[in-house]
Write a protein that binds this ligand. Structure first.
Ligand code: PRP
Ligand code: URA
Length: 210
């Protein structure tokens, strides 16, 4: 664990995460909370976005005012569950582009299986924010980072709601350059590689498929 790992323990986020973890939370509330927490995490993950200035005129006078510089980043959700976070990111950065990466964990081997990929044409010129609610063994996120580096992307961040220490270690071993933003760092994994205490199967809870 080092300065590349950012556990965002803002009280509002921690409160919302507790409701999210509760097994009695409805699909509707779960989906809304994932989006809201996505927004709060994006606020932290974009703290170092570069600024420039432009001249504007307020009702009082002219001024050189700060404005975001350069191309907006690409947000890359790992499907399915990562889709739940996209709306929150876009509410903070409406001009961000979206690249989709379809991946699921093989339930026996826990290895990620890729089934879809569609990126913005100029993704190599953009910073990338990979989003997924869960970082468990780290297999899916590591594969996603490999793929984005394969596109020529250099500045990659990973944003998750809940992380396990094993997932953090796996990313830091393979991709020590990647900043990781998470809402909570949990105790570990159970025998089925689910995060403990976690929140269960994020995809099933977002989409109501269980
Ligand atoms: C979940 C989750 C991550 C992955 C995390 O997806 O959304 O992508 O597992 O596990 P890992 O760190 O051990 O790779 P899942 O495979 O359940 O697919 P889904 O999003 O389609 O439900
Ligand atoms: N995927 C999930 O959806 N939840 C976990 O706890 C681990 C992987």
């Amino acid at each position: 664990m080092n300065e590349k790992v950012h556990v965002v323990n803002h009280p509002l986020l921690s409160h919302k995460l507790t409701i999210l973890r509760d097994k009695n939370t409805s699909t509707k509330d779960f989906r809304e909370l994932v989006s809201e927490i996505g927004m709060l995490l994006t606020y932290e993950a974009t703290r170092d976005l570069p600024l420039t200035t432009k001249e504007i005129e307020t009702p009082i006078c002219k001024m050189e005012a700060p404005t975001l510089k350069g191309k907006k980043f690409a947000v890359v959700p790992i499907l399915r569950a990562g889709l739940g976070l996209v709306d929150g990111v876009l509410r903070m950065v409406p001009s961000a582009r979206v690249g989709h990466l379809g991946m699921y964990r093989n339930e026996e081997t826990m290895e990620p299986v890729q089934y879809f990929c569609k990126m913005p044409r100029d993704v190599a010129e953009r910073d990338v924010l990979i989003v997924d609610p869960m970082l468990a063994t780290g297999g899916s996120a590591n594969a996603a980072i490999d793929i984005m580096k394969g596109y020529g992307c250099h500045n990659i961040k990973l944003m998750v709601l809940v992380a396990a220490p094993q997932g953090i270690e796996a990313i830091q071993r393979s991709h020590p350059d990647v900043d990781i933003y998470c809402g909570a760092l949990d105790e570990g994994l159970n025998a089925a590689s689910y995060i403990v205490p976690g929140l269960g199967d994020a995809g099933d809870r977002i989409f109501g498929t269980k």
